[in-house]
Design a protein around this ligand. Sequence first.
Ligand SMILES: Cc1ncc(COP(=O)(O)O)c(C=O)c1O
Length: 401
Amino acid sequence: MSNVRLSARLSRLTPSATTALSGKVAALKAQGINVISFGAGEPDFATPDAIKAAGIKAIETNQTKYTPIGGPAELRKAVAERVSADCGVTYTANQISVTNGAKEALFLAFLALCDEGDEVIIPAPYWVSYVDQAKIAGATPVIVETTPEQGFRMTAAQLAAAITPRTRVIMINSPSNPTGAVYSAAELRALADVVAKHPQIVVMTDEIYDAIVYTEYARWLRVAPELYNQTLVINGASKAFAMTGWRMGFVAGPQQIIDAIKGIQSHSTSHTSSITQAAALPAYDGSVDMASEVSRMVKAFRERRDIIGELLTSIPGVSLSMPDGAFYVFPDIRGLLGKPLACGVTCNTDDELAAALLEHAHIGVVSGSAFGAPGFIRMSYATSAELIREGMARFTKAVVG
Ligand SMILES: Cc1ncc(COP(=O)(O)O)c(C=O)c1O
């Protein structure tokens, strides 16, 4: 035992369930067991060639030195033009900071906006890091529970009821991880009408899955441009361009908040890798056409969603609110709990079901509890149709025989 004392801040954190699943899957695989994981939080496609080529060129031409804080002007300008076109408002290069993935963008934003005791409204089911990042920043997460009946989308009435004088931030994530839910324009409009009454609140709209939608996509600022000064747009290259490992995200927002974010960045990470920044540039400045690559990926995801959706709903005791975006399904498995399954065990919770599926069916799924929604599981279909069918056959056999 050492005398080293860890910071009190750490006691607030919850270990990541998705990382825990990866560890368990890896351990079983190391024992030679053929495990099919539905845990992946990233596209299974390769980074497009044009991006790889730009990265290689950056190395060969020695673009390997520090860049300005929050990215070079050229990249920030390209990103600003992209976000402006997407959102129907105007951002300049100075209103963008490029970060180590969207995750760092969110983290810096929480640090820039929240003081101890401030409240962050997070609709559940939620992406786990919102809660822990808000806590590290000293804020108190205020969880708003949503149900499959409401399509896992927070209503304006729920939002209004959750707001207090301490509310600093509202998280909106559409399409959502873990549910794949996508808000309609009317739903966003109703939320915006609530936010408009509270000028001290900032909405963080996490649009990281915006390229992967199977329905009409409504963007927060397109619906509520009058909330421009109260909005931070979070996005990045990870999911749209299959670049998770490169670490390229960004935040767009009012200059004052972006300057604050860059101030924290200047004392922490400075910027993401110069090579990553150079590689991402063609994806944002329009010099290569990414549309066909992206639509090929979305077509594959949609086919897989349909396959896994159909197989899941054919299991008695499982129901599914069909996702409209991202690459996750979030089935309701409450009908499987509390009774003996074909594999011989009775599970009383989603955690127990996830453990049983790993042990008896050798498939990896994440329990809904990890996303603030007990009674559900999250399955990523960012894997081949063949593995989806095989994994679902194992699932069905384990629960119904
Ligand atoms: C909803 C959501 N936001 C942000 C991120 C972070 O993305 P990045 O890899 O760019 O940091 C993820 C990654 O899984 C996510 O699911």
